[in-house]
Design a protein around this ligand. Structure first.
Ligand code: CP3
Length: 343
């Protein structure tokens, strides 16, 4: 049986547009919250049998074309001597921020097979569970998005710390990026060996950069990660959030599919990227919080702009939000599969 997601990533014709949703496993599902009441998020990630159950939860409700392994982009930082924890309300907090050459002492690359065996085991279990029916996605944070956490210390509104590090101490910035590039490449390759059929690189925060800085301080590293994992049998999706103003540069990073957010019309994004690459996106996740008919109209607009061209993977422009009604998710997934054009 051919899997629609894999076909679309290779820009082959499909019987219906494939759909999966970033953060499809998470707090909007009561069955997720039931497990989360008993375990911390990190414990859930570190117990493969629990992470497997959570990975599969959305598939039991919705006719999705992919499962994404339940994990987090920050997990590799733990073994690198950086460390992090989650706080209620403020999201992730980095234990050892890096803002100078001295801060980099003690920060080191890791072997993902040694430091992240639980993610690889979850992938092996998930692949066995869904083999032949649903595609399995592995993922990692892109070097810049990880570096933004490491340097800012957590979420940021201005990204002033990481940007000023680039400008005032490019040597330290590039050493940190080199380390992250090496780790992310090795981690994605290990995920492919463990059974990931597609890998997504999340560059969630590149939208804070000018094209000038993206080209000099991000593109070379993303390019190296993507080159290292390309041609290994798993298509690469490069999600560049907020990058509508620099899509030709994002394209230069490589990959089979570029993920775009909702701030750009999908047809215009595709024109800028060129039609020899796939596109993923790009419904605003907030549209699922409003009236379902309004959501459906916006989903049809995305589909009409893709116009049935090979290489479209339907997704949101960013992750599902915690208050999303599961019934609205079901309506979206079914509407995408039922769409036949012209509506
Ligand atoms: O998509 C999926 O269903 C797979 C699992 C997944 C999670 N995080 C689970 C998670 C994936 C792919 C991620 C990626 C991730 N993590 C990103 C990139 C995607 C994006 O949103 O841009 C980023 C930036 C992170 C870092 C991170 N992890 C943050 C900022 C937070 C807190 C956010 C919040 O809503 O509180 C997390 C925690 C996290 N990761 C949760 C989940 C389900 C919530 C944990 C909980 O139950 O409290």
């Amino acid at each position: 049986m051919t899997l629609r997601l894999l076909e679309a990533c290779s820009r082959r014709a499909v019987d219906a547009t494939p759909i999966w949703l970033m953060r499809q496993a998470g707090r909007y599902l009561p069955e997720y919250r039931a497990i989360r009441e008993k375990l911390s998020f990190i414990e859930m990630c570190k117990r493969p049998e629990v992470a497997l159950e959570v990975t599969l939860q959305p598939l039991a409700r919705f006719d999705l074309d992919a499962a994404i392994v339940f994990a987090d982009i920050l997990l590799p930082l733990e073994g690198m001597g950086i460390g992090f924890h989650f706080t209620d309300g403020d999201g992730p907090v980095i234990d050892h921020t890096v803002r100078s050459a001295a801060d980099l002492e003690g920060v080191h690359a890791i072997d993902p097979e040694v430091e992240l065996p639980y993610v690889l085991e979850t992938l092996r279990l998930a692949r066995r569970a869904i083999e032949g029916s649903t595609a399995l996605i592995g993922f990692a944070g892109a070097p810049f998005t990880l570096a933004s956490y490491v340097v800012e210390g957590g979420h940021s509104r201005t990204y002033a710390e990481i940007k000023t590090l680039m400008y005032r101490d490019p040597g330290t910035y590039s050493r940190l990026m080199e380390l992250l590039t090496e780790v992310v490449g090795a981690y994605l390759l290990a995920q492919i060996r463990a059974g990931a059929q597609v890998v997504q690189l999340f560059d969630s925060w590149v939208g804070c950069l000018s094209p000038y800085d993206y080209e000099r301080f991000v593109l070379p590293y993303s390019q190296r990660v993507i080159a290292a994992v390309s041609g290994r049998g798993a298509p690469v999706i490069h999600f560049a959030n907020g990058a509508a103003g620099m899509l030709p540069l994002v394209r230069q990073a490589g990959g089979d599919v570029v993920g775009v957010d909702w701030r750009v019309d999908l047809d215009r994004a595709w024109t800028e990227l060129g039609d020899d690459i796939g596109i993923q996106g790009n419904l605003d996740p907030v549209s699922l919080l409003g009236p379902p008919d309004e959501m459906a109209a916006r989903a049809r607009d995305v589909l009409a702009r893709a116009a049935g061209r090979a290489g479209h993977v339907f997704n949101l422009g960013h992750g599902l939000l915690p208050g999303t009604p599961p019934d609205t998710v079901k309506r979206l997934v079914d509407a995408v599969h039922d769409w036949r054009g012209g509506e």
